[in-house]
Design a protein around this ligand. Structure first.
Ligand code: CA
Length: 223
């Protein structure tokens, strides 16, 4: 059965462009031109993935996302323009799975959709997370690369744990700082630069695992 993608976007040109790309890749496509209609269509169509523009005429895209997340876990990729850096981060904090910055290519769009639909397994449901050469054992609280144990400090471990918990997804600076150092540290991005560097060095032999999303956060690559 074809996966269903719902586009919530007020610009006709952009909807048309997305529809062509999505249909070409075998998706069935639904459309909504504002937030209210978008929320209704999600109920009716039960899409497999949602493309959500943040600049909608009737309500903020982030508000649409917040309402949606009260009852649904459907993967959502938000569409933003370059100047929307702040909104992009708000959207990720509100439960978006990924974002695309306009203009983007169809190839990039489809790759992002495949990734969010693949939905990295919720690592915490399994006692051991394995991704390529990296193994993380949540019970023993150990990390190994190619079967060899790597010693992480408690802070490094909890930073990696937070990335692994959301493997494949962008975790914002704020989310990471809050999870590892607590809410009072939300603005201390320099902690992240230092500790991410340490973790990267220690996991170096596993290859490039942690990707920087400039101005937004970090992502654990899942292959
Ligand atoms: Ca718009």
């Amino acid at each position: 059965m074809s996966p269903v993608a719902l586009i919530i976007e007020d610009e006709i040109q952009m909807r048309r462009l997305l529809r062509v790309g999505l249909e070409g890749a075998g998706y069935k496509v639904g459309e909504a031109s504002d937030g209210q209609q978008g929320l209704q269509e999600i109920v009716y169509q039960r899409p497999d993935v949602v493309l959500l523009d943040l600049g909608l005429p009737d309500m903020d895209g982030v508000e649409v996302l917040k309402r949606l997340r009260e009852w649904s876990h459907v993967p959502v990729v938000v569409l933003t323009v370059r100047e929307d850096e702040h909104d992009k981060v708000r959207a990720l904090d509100a439960g978006a799975d990924d974002y695309l910055t306009k203009p983007f290519s169809t190839a990039e769009l489809l790759a992002r959709l495949r990734a969010v639909q693949r939905r990295a397994p919720e690592a915490q449901e399994e006692p051991v997370f394995v991704c390529g050469d990296l193994t993380m054992d949540f019970v023993a609280r150990t990390v190994a690369v190619k079967g060899r144990e790597v010693h992480l400090t408690a802070t490094e471990y909890s930073l990696l744990h937070e990335l692994v918990r959301h493997a494949g997804k962008v975790v914002t600076h704020k989310q990471l700082l809050r999870a590892v150092w607590g809410p009072q540290a939300e603005t201390q991005s320099q902690y992240l630069r230092v500790y991410i560097t340490h973790v990267r060095q220690k996991l170096e032999s596993a290859g490039r695992l942690i990707r920087n999303e400039p101005g937004v956060g970090y992502r654990l690559l899942t292959g």
